[in-house]
Design a protein around this ligand. Sequence first.
Ligand code: OSB
Ligand code: MG
Length: 372
Amino acid sequence: MTKVRAIELSLVGLPLVRPFRTSFGTSRRKTCVLVRVETDHAEGWGECVADLEPDFSPEWNDSVWECISSFLGPALLDAGDLEPEDLDVVFAHVRGNRMAKATLANAVLDASLREHETSLAAYLGGVRDRVESGVSVGIAETTDALRAQVDGYLAEGYRRIKLKIEPGIDVERVVAVRTDHPAVALSVDANAAYRLSDIDTFRSLDELDLLMVEQPLHHEDLVDHAALQAQIRSPICLDESIRSAADASAAISLGACRIVNIKQGRVGGVLEARRVHDVCRDAGVPVWCGGMLETGIGRATNLALASMPNFTLPNDTSASARYFPDDLTEPFVLEADGTMHVPAGPGIGVSPRPDMLSECTIRRETVPARKE
Ligand code: OSB
Ligand code: MG
């Protein structure tokens, strides 16, 4: 049993090595909420995957902050002794807000595992100590700029290239990269920017031997994804559409996807991510671990998750240097064979470097206990 006696929220900001452009916007800086919980015997860390605006998901940094500070945090402080697995019940009175729930739930799990001197990967039943890593490449200014970036990442050893696309900046770019690298594992991610009526674009992409087409259509439209999947050979992978194990199960039954991108933050934390993993495994659907440009805290969590058996495709778990001039934790590095080590220490196995944390902190608050 673990009892959380204090919860501290921080908003942190880190410069990115280069702007990251997707179909929904351009990110120049990473700004996220970090949670630190304190128990009698340990501390635990959670990093939120939300960003400044509700563009990728309905949540954003300020909504996460408010949700934890006003609802989830006080409920957790009131709950007394608990197991991390009990948090679903503690948080059940708050609907949605999965990214906020994930942040706090992951921090509690981290603290509990540190108390038990168990690594997150071991707790999850991880089967590998290194995970295959790919890289997600933002929409570049020009095709030549994109080709140069891809060449650089492949030279570093990344095992899969994922190109962000949007209507009008798609087929020509993907053809260019495919022509440069006929055998590389290549995928595209549309972040929900297309419609079923864009079928001609998908037919062209279908000729390029893609590993998958990620989230081509609207995030709430599983039926249209099923209709598209019936018309193309490339497997559809869902990201935004999958908010829970129930969503994964529905999407698979409908034939809306053949691959699932698991982001633990998007589905409410590591424990729900494990349930998504299990649903997909039982249905014979491979999964991989997505990323949200996390700092080392979120990356450590993701690497542990990706050590589970059904994570059989390269993950968006790239090295610290791909994202930040200076990471919040000790930097994560890519091995020459395109893998990354899964942290083996207790909990997520890493903590923020105190100097970096104070340098990056924009705002901090201690969550008050609920008023009587
Ligand atoms: O759709 O996978 C996505 C980053 C921010 C928001 C959405 C996505 C992404 C990425 C980055 O693709 C993957 C990474 O963290 O390396
Ligand atoms: Mg995606």
